[in-house]
Design a protein around this ligand. Structure first.
Ligand code: SF4
Length: 424
């Protein structure tokens, strides 16, 4: 059940943290140190993460513990608005309530398996371990303002919504993994909170969240939108709803639901080809929902909501990057308020695709721009840290399967995400 703002108002006193030290400029790989005791207690593993609770349920839970309603507001404030990473840090919450909560819930749904920082310091990627041992990825992309005035002074988190993905796009490392399971709303939400907490110490603070990581969000719609709800709720993280973007490879029932959803999140479509012949090969879901139907759903979304639609287009050398296809794309988008985001491909070792050469990217971009299409080229970020969707998780799993590798030790668990959330 969704919570209305009046159900749980935001209390004062949320900590925002302070600016911290500068980011390192070299590639870092953070792994549990050998011998470090990082195994969660057996009891912890079976407890439900408190972050999974809708705000209304949190209020009922706290009330059921005999506490007044404002205590739920305080707890929510610690969960969503502070850099706290444990119940013990909720200093304005009575000790008895903190104890009761810690006996019924675990603080965190996620545990850091590995974290990498790109050489430019602006892209951080984490592999996160879920309570059942599955692994996912999340990425922080920073665009800080520089001394010369350049830079947008913003930070965006890209979160996963599923373990693996059932869509199996031809150029995607996640697609190679197949599908594991849907994430819970707490598992989705906490990915954003992890980087939000970190960014409070290392501005720019995260204001944008894109649901564009592993998985097809529209196939896990309810959990995705429950996460959105707590990210934008005044008693939750309080982000602006227009700064949240849900991406889809073209699951039409999901686009239709989003069109009529009261939560006004933005829509992005992973298009990658302007016609069925090519898109059938790159995005298998196209065989079920062809380009014409997809565009009709986008037009309906825009007609009802008035919001611009973003189209993601990964440029693959010699496959979908010709000027002729750019012209087809222009024709396809005619009359639509659209933004095309051209994405230079991050190479994936097991896949037969290569990034388009820069002059080809420029030509494709120019064809669109000269014909009035709003078009940007995503800055190449984090190629040195396997920033393409699913790449780092695949690398971690490959390494763990190697006999004698450090991660292959039996019984080794990752430290809690909460435990490193404020490191820096
Ligand atoms: S590109 Fe997106 S929809 Fe396609 S397989 Fe990868 S994660 Fe799934």
């Amino acid at each position: 059940m969704r919570t209305s703002p009046s159900d749980l108002s935001l209390g004062p006193g949320a900590s925002t943290g302070a600016p911290g030290p500068a980011l390192p400029t070299a590639l870092l790989i953070a792994e549990p140190a050998p011998g470090q005791d990082i195994t969660p207690s057996a009891g912890d593993a079976v407890l439900r993460p408190i972050i999974d609770l809708p705000l209304q349920e949190l209020r009922q839970t706290v009330a059921g513990m005999g506490e007044p309603e404002y205590r739920a507001v305080q707890v929510a404030s610690w969960l969503y608005r502070s850099t706290a990473t444990s119940f013990g840090e909720m200093t304005n919450v009575p000790k008895g309530l903190r104890q009761a909560l810690s006996e019924r819930f675990r603080f965190s749904a996620l545990a850091i398996k590995e974290e990498r920082i790109a050489a430019d310091g602006e892209t951080r990627k984490v592999v996160l371990q879920l309570p059942d041992g599955e692994q996912i990825e999340s990425v922080l992309m920073r665009y800080p303002q520089r001394s010369d005035g350049t830079g947008a002074d913003r930070a965006t988190v890209c979160v996963s919504t599923q373990v693996g993905c059932p869509v199996k796009c031809a150029f995607c490392a996640t697609g190679l993994m197949g599908f594991g399971r849907n994430l819970t709303s707490g598992e989705i939400l906490e990915q954003a909170l992890y980087f939000l907490r970190w960014s409070r110490r290392h501005p720019p603070v995260v204001r944008n969240v894109v649901f564009m990581g592993m998985g097809e969000p529209m196939l896990n719609y309810d959990a995705t939108m429950a996460a959105v709800e707590r990210l934008v709720h005044p008693a939750g993280a309080g982000l602006g709803v227009h700064r949240l973007t849900v991406s889809t490879s073209g699951w039409l029932p999901g686009i239709t639901r989003l069109t009529h959803d009261p939560l006004a999140v933005r829509l992005a479509v992973s298009l990658h080809a302007p016609n069925d012949a090519l898109r059938d090969q790159l995005v298998p879901l196209n065989r079920r929902y062809p380009v014409a139907d997809l565009m009709a759903a986008c037009r309906e979304y825009q007609g009802v909501t008035g919001r611009r639609v973003t189209f993601e287009y990964t440029l693959l050398a010699g496959v979908n990057d010709s000027p002729g296809l750019a012209l087809e794309l222009v024709a396809l988008l005619k009359g639509l308020d659209a933004h095309v985001n051209l994405i230079p491909m991050n190479p994936v070792s097991d896949l037969p695709f290569a990034p388009s050469p820069w002059p080809v990217v420029e030509t494709f971009h120019d064809v669109l721009r000269e014909r009035g299409i709003i078009c940007t080229v995503r800055r190449e970020m984090g190629r040195d840290i396997q920033a393409a969707c699913g790449q780092l998780r695949a690398e971690v799993e490959r390494r763990e399967r190697r006999p004698g590798s450090r991660g292959a030790r039996r019984g080794v668990e990752a430290p809690s995400i909460a435990g490193v959330a404020s490191h820096g």
